[in-house]
Design a protein. Structure first.
Ligand SMILES: Cc1ncc(COP(=O)(O)O)c(C=O)c1O
Length: 311
């Protein structure tokens, strides 16, 4: 790999303290801003690792086609890195993804294949696998691919430790589980007492990029022994937290970052002091078409009780 190649622009994202969100003077919240990656999400890291891994193993040659199932960020990361490294890219997606996603894929020259909205990303995974087998393409398979976890173990985890040497609690969204597994393993090697908390959508709620384990599909790369807990977040609360994040901290992040912030504040309520590190997986651009910024959901008295929101 040559120096100064576009793939080296991935990672080394900023860590910032959320000074206006912490509920107590002794509790410090730090957010790793993955939206600062070249395509605006944490997925640039794992796609680079999965493609370079396949190249090293001789499973990928110049001009080959790579296919992946995605509802957004991984597809866009693949479209960018595939183009930069000389591969044709195909992304299989459900028809209900945000319209900015297929538009961005088209800009990068990736081909989109659709599956019906009601069949979701699980059907997209099946289609991608079948197409790859039939055509001899490489199926990236982020839910099963160990390079997904390795990318976070090798890059995100060490970067976090450079900025925050002692992490009491680590909070991240659960999609494939790659972030939680890779960073969690790295942090626990340094201090075994670090708590690793997964953020999931409340059953029946949709949160772009995150999945509920209650829907029956457990990502194969997920190792429950590494998790110390999980927090279920409703879409409404995630939207409101994303909007508060803009108001208080001027950070323009996506919906899953709102969910992570909401969950981290619940954790913070239970601490007297300590460092809590959050991963904000993407930036806010692709959510501009939603009403998130213009009319965030109102606080709802009844349900606030179980969710311990302090603002
Ligand atoms: C917006 C967003 N947030 C969070 C995640 C979760 O990351 P991971 O797949 O590492 O669990 C993803 C990816 O699935 C995502 O696209």
């Amino acid at each position: 790999m040559h120096h100064l190649h576009l793939v080296h622009a991935i990672g080394r994202t900023p860590m910032v303290e959320l000074r206006h969100c912490s509920p107590k003077p002794g509790v410090h919240l730090f957010a790793k801003l993955e939206g600062w990656n070249p395509t605006g999400s944490v997925k640039d890291r794992i796609v680079r690792e999965m493609l370079l891994g396949a190249e090293r193993e001789g499973r990928l040659r110049p001009g080959d086609t790579v296919i992946e199932a995605s509802t957004g960020n991984t597809g866009i990361a693949l479209a960018m890195i595939g183009r930069a490294l000389g591969y044709d890219v195909r992304v299989v997606m459900p028809e209900n993804v945000f319209p900015e996603i297929p538009r961005t894929l088209a800009v990068y020259g990736a081909v989109v294949e659709w599956v019906p909205a009601d069949q979701g990303v699980r059907r997209a995974i099946e289609v991608a696998r079948e197409r790859a087998e039939r055509e001899g393409w490489l199926f990236l398979d982020q839910f099963c691919n160990p390079y997904n976890v390795q990318a976070h173990y090798e890059t995100t985890g060490p970067e976090i430790l450079e900025d925050v040497s002692h992490v009491d609690v680590f909070v991240a969204g659960l999609g494939t589980g790659g972030t939680l597994m890779g960073v969690g393993r790295r942090l626990k090697e340094v201090s075994p007492k670090t708590q690793v908390i997964a953020v999931e959508p409340h059953p029946g709620n949709q949160l772009q990029g995150l999945k509920s384990l209650a829907d029956g599909f457990i990502p194969p790369i997920l190792d429950f022994d590494l998790l110390d807990g999980k927090i279920l977040v409703r879409s409404r609360h995630a939207f409101r937290a994303a909007s508060e994040l803009m108001r208080r901290e001027a950070i323009f992040a996506g919906v899953s970052s709102g969910a992570v912030l909401h969950a981290a504040l619940r954790v913070a309520q239970r601490l007297e002091r300590g460092n809590v590190v959050l991963v904000f997986a993407d930036n806010g651009w692709k959510y501009l078409g939603t009403s998130l910024w213009t009319s965030p959901p109102e606080a709802d008295e009844g349900e606030e009780l179980d969710d311990i929101i302090w603002w």
